[in-house]
Design a protein around this ligand. Structure first.
Ligand code: C2E
Ligand code: MG
Ligand code: MG
Length: 675
């Protein structure tokens, strides 16, 4: 493969400025450079011989009594030789020409090479001219020294051709004039044998010239092959280097986070696993507090800047051999060896919290914090360590912002319980081991049944009763959210059918839907479809959501609208403990608010609670919303709420959640009796 072929197959290598003919010119210039180098070497080797032969000629001239002419001739010859030596030693920028040189510099170098070759050719011609005057020392080849001078002339010209294989014009310029002058002199002397000798000299000139040009062609070909091979090797090396760089870049991208430059999840797992095998390590999982509002309020660009800055602070706070990664969103991970670094995990976690709490350019520092989950015990594998640290992070988040929490025995129990739940829940659903209980909701008189709230119940064979929030979380982890919702909806629909059959069609059944369920599954389609299929009136159903549902408004607004358009009512549960009560009322299209039981239980003995409940009742009146008080646990609280005019009441004092059979046996039976 030649340079040419290579550049055609790999056009990118040559660069945009190098068209194929340009590469041909570059190759020709490189050959010329090699020729000049060889010329300079060969002339410098040939000149001493030239001088010696010149000296011998002068000595013979002296001996023949022609010393003066000999001296003049030798002086001229020496002058020409010195000029040639000087030219061969003169600096030539063109010799620095390489295949990789930029085109403009290469053109400049090439011009300088050509100039030097021309100068050397002229100097060779001059030197040849001096040798053309050699017949003066032997009376034009008539004196007895003729044989000597003729031999010298032939010898020196043969030597010039033998040495000058790189660039034929130089030996040619050198030999032309001496051999022509010899032939002319011999012709001039006359006679058959001299004329024959003159003709032979001319033949000799032609043969030498041919040899010189053939040698140059050979030299050029060898040089071209050499340069081709060099360029090919260089291009291969460059291609290899750029392929290596590409591989390196791809490897970096696969293992690093583009935004922050920290390791990404894959890179972290890779490196952390190697560290775990090597010895002890402590894992910290970090989740920023309040990052979502930074994004919402200041935009994603500011959010990105904050993440970059957090990453920088993380690196600055970490011990030198610590690993830091961004696992996604606003979640970071750190792995280090506390013993090796001499930094206990509590100090590092406190340092990280303090680092993130520093003000950020462009917004109020009070908005950002970080929660940290720590796992300091070795585990059989990294995934296990990550889930333990995640459990600790979850607990730390639940305890409030800017804290860290160590994964301990208590959290291990929780984690194991959740895993058991996740594992067993799908069987429980299939085997109908789950139940839905109902808690009554009464009107102001505390006697008229106006609603039933469906509450899921699961008695785990080993763990006993499972708190509904744990069950909902386990369903989410096990990917069973939709199955669970469909199961509860079926029970709710069954209850609606029972109520209708009992002539209680005005009693509404409420069903809880968690923010995650609301955001992730098509609750509206499922619910409306099911009611339609069973021919149940949508007005009999109420969906209870919490204010947290408003956090992912984009994902839920359309579904809430669809439910509301279908005639299904929406109640805002646990009202008062969320973040954005008033705005969420509007955004979530609530028809009803359920005051959280923390404001209700014990309100008869608390002015504050009474004040709050009164305020919510006033708000309900003002906005035309129904208000339910949850958590009515005592007669005193009930009376206080009745005195305040709270229209709907729910709580253990009025009725606990109960299975359908109990409900039928007590509530409906009593009603029938009362009727
Ligand atoms: P929630 O929707 O606020 O449900 C009311 C919770 O308060 C129920 O707890 C109920 O048993 C309890 N409760 C009712 N009256 C009183 C009272 O007077 N005093 C006290 N201390 N508690 C009372 P439960 O059944 O443990 O449910 C807890 C939470 O779990 C529910 O709060 C709801 O957010 C969620 N949940 C329950 N069932 C479901 C369900 O089927 N789906 C979804 N997504 N969430 C559910
Ligand atoms: Mg509820
Ligand atoms: Mg509630």
């Amino acid at each position: 493969m030649t340079l040419h072929d290579l550049e055609e197959t790999l056009p990118g290598l040559a660069g945009p400025a190098r068209a194929p003919d340009a590469s041909g010119r570059r190759l020709a210039a490189l050959v010329r450079r090699d020729q000049l180098e060889a010329v300079r070497r060969s002339v410098l080797t040939a000149i001493p011989v030239n001088m010696l032969l010149g000296l011998a000629s002068v000595l013979v001239a002296f001996q023949a009594g022609n010393g003066r002419a000999g001296m003049i001739w030798y002086a001229a010859s020496t002058g020409a030789n010195l000029l040639r030596i000087g030219l061969c030693r003169a600096a030539c920028p063109g010799l620095a020409l390489t295949a990789a040189m930029p085109p403009d510099m290469a053109a400049e170098a090439s011009r300088s090479v050509e100039g030097h070759l021309r100068a050397c050719t002229l100097a060779a011609l001059l030197s040849g001219l001096v040798w053309a005057f050699l017949p003066l020392l032997c009376a034009g080849y008539t004196s007895p020294q003729t044989l000597f001078y003729l031999t010298i002339t032939c010898g020196i010209t043969a030597g010039a051709v033998t040495h000058g294989t790189a660039y034929a014009r130089i030996p040619f310029s050198f030999i032309l004039l001496p051999l022509l002058s010899a032939a002319l002199c011999l012709f001039a002397v006359g006679g058959f044998d001299r004329a024959c000798l003159a003709a032979c000299v001319l033949l000799y000139l032609a043969a030498l010239s041919r040899t010189a040009f053939q040698s140059e062609a050979g030299f050029r070909e060898a040089s071209r092959l050499k340069n081709d091979a060099t360029t090919l090797a260089r291009s291969r090396a460059e291609a290899q280097a750029s392929a290596n760089a590409l591989v390196e870049e791809m490897r970096w991208r696969a293992t690093h986070d583009d935004l922050t430059g920290l390791l990404n999840r894959a890179g972290f797992i890779q490196q952390a696993e190697a560290r775990l095998n090597a010895g002890t390590a402590c894992l910290l999982l970090l989740d920023l507090d309040g990052f979502k509002s930074v994004n919402d309020v200041y935009g994603h660009q500011t959010g990105d800047r904050v993440l970059v800055e957090v990453a920088r602070r993380l690196r600055a706070t970490l011990p030198p051999d610590g690993l830091a990664a961004r696992l996604g969103g606003d979640e970071f991970a750190v792995l280090y060896d506390p013993a090796g670094a001499g930094v206990p995990y509590a100090d590092l976690a406190a340092g990280l919290i303090a680092a993130v709490a520093q003000p950020f350019d462009g917004f109020d520092e009070a908005r950002l914090g970080v929660s940290i989950g720590v796992h300091a015990e070795p585990e059989p594998n990294l995934m296990e360590m990550l889930s333990c640290a995640d459990e600790a992070l979850y607990a730390s988040k639940a305890a409030g912002r800017n804290r860290f929490r160590l994964f301990d025995a208590g959290l291990r129990d929780c984690l194991e319980m959740r895993r058991d739940l996740e594992r067993d829940l799908s069987h429980a659903l299939v085997e109908n081991a789950l139940e839905v209980w109902f808690q009554p909701i009464y009107a102001l008189d505390a006697r008229t049944l106006v609603g039933l709230e469906a509450l899921v119940r699961w008695r785990h064979p080993r763990l006993g009763w499972i708190a509904p929030p744990d069950l909902i979380a386990a369903a989410a982890m096990a990917g069973l959210t939709e199955s669970l919702l469909r199961f509860i909806l079926d029970q709710v629909c069954r209850m609606m059918q029972i109520l209708r059959s009992q002539g209680l069609g005005t009693v509404r059944v409420a069903m809880n839907v968690s923010p995650r369920e609301m955001a992730q599954i098509p609750v509206d389609e499922i619910v409306i479809g099911r009611l339609g299929a069973l021919g149940l009136p949508p007005a009999m159903l109420e969906i209870e959501i919490t204010e947290e549902t408003a956090l992912d408004l984009g994902a839920v607004q359309g579904k809430l609208q669809a439910l509301s358009r279908a005639g299904i009512r929406v109640a805002l549960d646990d009202f008062g403990i969320g973040y954005s009560s008033l705005s969420s009322l509007r955004q979530l299209r609530a028809d009803r608010i359920k005051i959280d039981r923390s404001f209700v239980t014990g309100l008869s003995a608390s002015d504050d609670k009474r004040g709050l409940v009164l305020a919510v009742l006033g708000l309900g009146n003002l906005l035309g919303l129904e208000v339910v008080a949850e958590g009515v646990e005592s007669q005193e609280d009930l009376q206080t709420l009745q005195a305040m005019g709270c229209p709907f009441l729910q709580g253990y004092h009025l009725g606990r959640p109960m299975p359908v059979s109990t409900l039928e046996a007590t509530l409906f039976a009593n009603r029938t009796q009362a009727a």
